[in-house]
Design a binder for this molecule. Structure first.
Ligand SMILES: [Zn+2]
Length: 178
């Protein structure tokens, strides 16, 4: 993990990705996505001409990193459903979203929630995509949204043990997003 933290720290965007309350397994997937190293259809095609390149989530478009996050209608529904308008109206492209996530928001608490929500959504979508790829059951976007929301709330609850007042403010902001 130490080596990995160093790798993350090299990027200019590291502060938006590696923070003390982050969940390592989420960070790992986000780090790969940031470097466009996830095995998306377009990349697998380079060494496997037989690869299925259609997006597993919408089954319409070709799968690329930027399609998955968040041009894909399925992904966009989950992203919007989980984070509401926290990221503002700057659009849903990978570069637009990551810019807001890395730059952060005015309030520290909101910044943490946006960053944590972003990581949870990336992780959740990638998991869902992998589950579908091996032929296991799929879940509709609204179910995944509920699941991701629960992940964020669980993380907030786990922070309560450290600081009650901060916890209340974080939960207030999370519940207040629309
Ligand atoms: Zn799609």
């Amino acid at each position: 993990m130490e080596h990995y933290q160093k790798c993350v720290a090299k990027g200019g965007w590291s502060k938006g990705i590696w923070f003390s309350e982050a969940t390592p397994k989420f960070v790992f997937i986000v780090w790969l996505a940031m470097h466009n190293r996830l095995a998306t259809g377009d990349r697998v095609l380079k060494w496997n001409p037989q690869a299925i390149t259609t997006c597993w989530l919408c089954k319409v478009e070709d799968e690329t990193r930027d399609h998955l996050f968040f041009y894909c209608l399925y992904s966009r529904e989950v992203w919007k459903g989980v984070t509401g308008n926290m990221a503002g109206n700057g659009g849903c492209s990978w570069s637009q979203v990551t810019q807001v996530v890395v730059n952060g928001l005015q309030e520290r608490v909101a910044t943490f929630l946006l960053r944590y929500g972003f990581q949870a959504v990336i992780y959740g979508l990638w998991q869902e995509r992998n589950v579908r790829r091996v032929g296991e059951s799929s879940q509709p976007a609204n179910c995944l949204t509920t699941l991701m929301d629960k992940l964020v709330r669980n993380r907030i609850t786990s922070l309560r043990k450290k600081n009650d007042r901060k916890y209340e403010r974080i939960m207030e902001v999370w519940m207040g997003r629309s």
